[in-house]
Write a protein that binds this ligand. Structure first.
Ligand SMILES: [Fe+2]
Length: 120
């Protein structure tokens, strides 16, 4: 939710260190996730077709921002990038245990289910 009450909240007194930048980006990621959650809730909560289309488009733009920010994190913190890859590998191993092909990091179920399609 917006927090514009403090007129000085957006002022900066110095540049961030690399560690502070990584922390800031993690906070930015949290903001993107919250935005996705809220836009999607609003899409689900209305039958207005125009509003649904616009809000879903904005929601999907926020998902693209997640991709940009995680890519930036991989660049800024290669050790964290390795942990991201370790987590992806763990999921691929679990999927292989279940007999699900994992040719790429974008592997989908045989039905092509997405998070969105599971909702409806
Ligand atoms: Fe965004």
């Amino acid at each position: 939710m917006p927090a514009f009450g403090d007129p000085f909240a957006g002022n900066v007194e110095r540049k961030m260190t690399k560690k502070e930048l990584a922390q800031a980006i993690r906070l930015d990621l949290a903001g993107e996730l919250e935005a996705i959650y809220l836009y999607d809730a609003h899409v689900q909560a209305t039958d207005n077709v125009v509003a649904k289309k616009v809000l879903a488009d904005i929601r999907d733009e926020e998902k693209a921002h997640i991709g940009e920010l995680t890519t930036l994190m991989r660049y800024l913190d290669p050790e964290e990038a390795k942990l991201f890859e370790d987590g992806a590998e763990e999921v691929h191993e679990m999927m292989e245990d279940l007999g699900i092909a994992t040719g790429s990091s974008n592997a989908q179920s045989p039905e092509g289910a997405t998070i969105g399609s599971l909702i409806e």
